[in-house]
Ligand binder design. Sequence first.
Ligand code: 2P0
Length: 339
Amino acid sequence: MQCATCTGPVNIAVIKYWGKRNEKLILPLNSSVSVTLHQNELRTKTTIAACPNFTNDQIWLNGVEEDINNSRLQAVISAVKRRARKRKSDGETNPRLNWKLHIVSENNFPTAAGLASSAAGYGCLVYTLAKFTHFKGELSDIARQGSGSACRSIYGGFVTWDKGTNEDGSDSKARQIAPHTHWPELSVLILVVSDQTKHTSSTAGMQTTVETSELLKQRLSGLQTKEDQMTDAIMNKDFKTFAEITMKESNQLHAVCLDTYPPISYMTDTSHQIIRLVHQYNNINEDVKVSYTFDAGPNACLFMLDSEIPRFFSLVKHFFLPENGHSTVQGLPITEQTL
Ligand code: 2P0
């Protein structure tokens, strides 16, 4: 029996991906920018085991067997094998490419609750497949075919997913714009409001948005400028600009979701309370010290410089945590996280 185990990180988008131009290849309507989180807290762990005697491919996610014939799973498994075979075209054979695989994947955080579990999951799966088959080369475009946002989890630090223009998706992949060491003071606090699976998957939600939202067209027309400003803010470690664009991006994503017909609402009252707390905190400080972003779920990702964490976290504890250290809302712990 041969095994490979890897861990994969979550990434949080600060310029959001929402809408595809090609559903099958998972090609986005816009480029996006993200921050990859450190793997100490939120991560997927995937093990692939295989031997000549296994008769079927099988996969277990968080201890439950899933359908291995899922088209996205099949797309990434066959793409990694195809690329690994190509590398061996000199006649050398790699027996592992013909073995059936047993794949076990676990998240140490709520799955499908708007915390980028599919990004970590597919990013990690592709990386582990590459390790198992001894393939070294481009993986981001393969991870994209599992879940769009997964292409960004292949890289650490600050990452852009270029939407690309080729019809076959060959230029739709992520690249690192700066390593995590570039801005070590930047931290993120994750407030887990709910660990419930989201009512509308990102895939279904963005499809309905593309079909019905007028606001999406307006959003897309201004995004390139925003992406450029965000990249400059990251390169210049300009927290105020980074934070303001991040908040406005989150607000616009959720406005577009509400403009979808029927509307999609991912945030809860608690999410809105967190937004109000951040704005009040910034107003009192007469500066932008903290920013929020929400994905397809109610959970908050708050960016701030690490010097701000103790003061802001004490407010979070005061408003959202009873003395036992657990959220008043759903009884879930709040996780402190540093990039
Ligand atoms: C993002 N999200 O940029 C945005 C912000 C959610 C809100 O990427 O259909 O799970 O698998 O490509 O990657 C979630 O979308 O969707 C997402 P598919 P995915 O992070």
